[in-house]
Design a protein around this ligand. Structure first.
Ligand code: PMP
Length: 359
């Protein structure tokens, strides 16, 4: 007999939404996991604005407040594939800073709407200009207006928050337990650099596995990235191609990620095709009830690959960066009908009341 579910509250009252960032749960995979291994996902959708980038957003703003780089009431500007913008919009709303975001038109419409709903302005950039274009637009707007550029791709506030929170949470949750693999992708590289700083020192036996899109292997290509003195990219990387894993792999190697490359913070780099990521995102939803986006599915695809080949008792942790709800208008949901499938129409017609016609 199992006892009924009860809860007891969090034992504290929160002064601001920002204090609810982090401490996301590591959740066991049950039906999808091969027998004999323990596979866990760290569900970053539990953050208040539903992605891993909430951590980065609060870190950038609070580090800049402390250093004096950000003045009260000053406008913040940043280039974003979406989740950083949504996180920054939440943080700026809570703290009272105006926010302008630049974003390539190729990212999902719900991302733009969420940022605007949270009070930010969104300046779209042409998709042909890729990530580098939206990035340059943010730099240009900051210079022209004296705004604070959040610089997620270069700032040390990025890896630092993952070192101080994400990595600490992993250390605490797996204390006294095995942890053979941590699997993650990269966008800015903040997650992998922050986790690498801690795990390489404190859990050197844990293998860190990095992933990137199969058609945009900018790290795997071995071609180095040119940068200016501020560490900003000097050009678009030649190995880049547009890929469907939103939030992953911009068309340059960010300075924040360069730390993980230079210090060998990962033991293996495994490419994954975007459609495979979407397939695993669907399976996580339908077989585990775990809702994540394309990058979560792509990371999970690699975690499953490792799990299938792993020896008895292996423990694997897979990062799931955001919620699937951020992809309703994207190819991830393409096969999900608006109306009713044939099977649903048949169900509608199988009893007398409230019948609806076929589409
Ligand atoms: N997945 C998604 C959906 C993201 O938005 C991001 C961040 N851009 C990442 C993964 C990668 O995280 P990081 O920037 O820490 O490398």
């Amino acid at each position: 007999m199992t006892s009924s579910r009860t809860t007891k509250g969090r034992g504290k009252l929160y002064d601001t939404i920002l204090d609810t960032i982090g401490d996301t749960p590591c959740v066991r995979i049950n039906s999808l996991s091969p027998k004999g291994v323990r596979l866990y996902v760290k569900a970053e959708a539990f953050n208040p604005a539903a992605s891993v980038k909430d951590r980065l957003a609060v870190s950038i703003i609070e580090e800049a407040e402390r250093s004096g780089a950000l003045k009260p009431g000053q406008t913040v500007v940043e280039a974003t594939s979406g989740n950083t913008g949504i996180g920054l919009a939440m943080v700026c709303a809570a703290k009272g800073y105006p926010l302008v975001l630049t974003m390539a038109e190729s990212f999902s419409v719900e991302r733009r709407k969420l940022m605007r709903f949270l009070g930010a302005k969104v300046v779209l950039t042409p998709k042909e200009k890729k990530g580098f274009g939206m990035y340059n637009k943010a730099v240009e707007l900051a210079d022209a207006n004296g705004w604070f550029l959040a610089s997620q791709f270069e700032t040390d506030a990025n890896a630092k928050i993952h070192e101080n929170t994400t990595a600490r949470e992993i250390m605490a949750d797996f204390e006294g337990d095995r942890l053979d693999y941590v699997v993650t992708g990269y966008g800015t590289g903040g997650t992998v650099s922050g986790i690498g700083r801690v795990l390489r020192k404190e859990r050197p036996d844990t293998k860190i596995i990095l992933s990137e899109p199969a058609n945009a292997q900018i790290v795997g290509s071995g071609t180095t990235q040119g940068r200016n003195e501020a560490g900003q990219p000097a050009h678009s990387h030649p190995a880049f191609e547009p890929h469907p894993v939103q939030g992953w792999t911009p068309d340059f190697i960010p300075l924040v990620l360069q730390e993980a490359i230079d210090n060998k913070y990962y033991d293996d780099l495994i490419p994954v095709a975007g459609p495979v990521g979407m397939e695993w995102s669907r399976k996580l939803a339908q077989k585990e009830g775990i809702f994540t986006g394309v990058s979560g599915g792509a990371t999970f695809a690699i975690a499953m690959q490792i799990a299938e080949e792993a020896s008895e008792g292996t423990v694997i942790l897979c990062m799931l960066p955001d919620t699937g709800e951020r992809y309703l208008s994207s190819p991830l949901f393409e096969a999900v009908p608006d109306y009713m499938t044939e099977e649903e129409v048949a169900l509608s017609h199988s009893t007398p009341s409230c019948q609806m016609p076929a589409a």
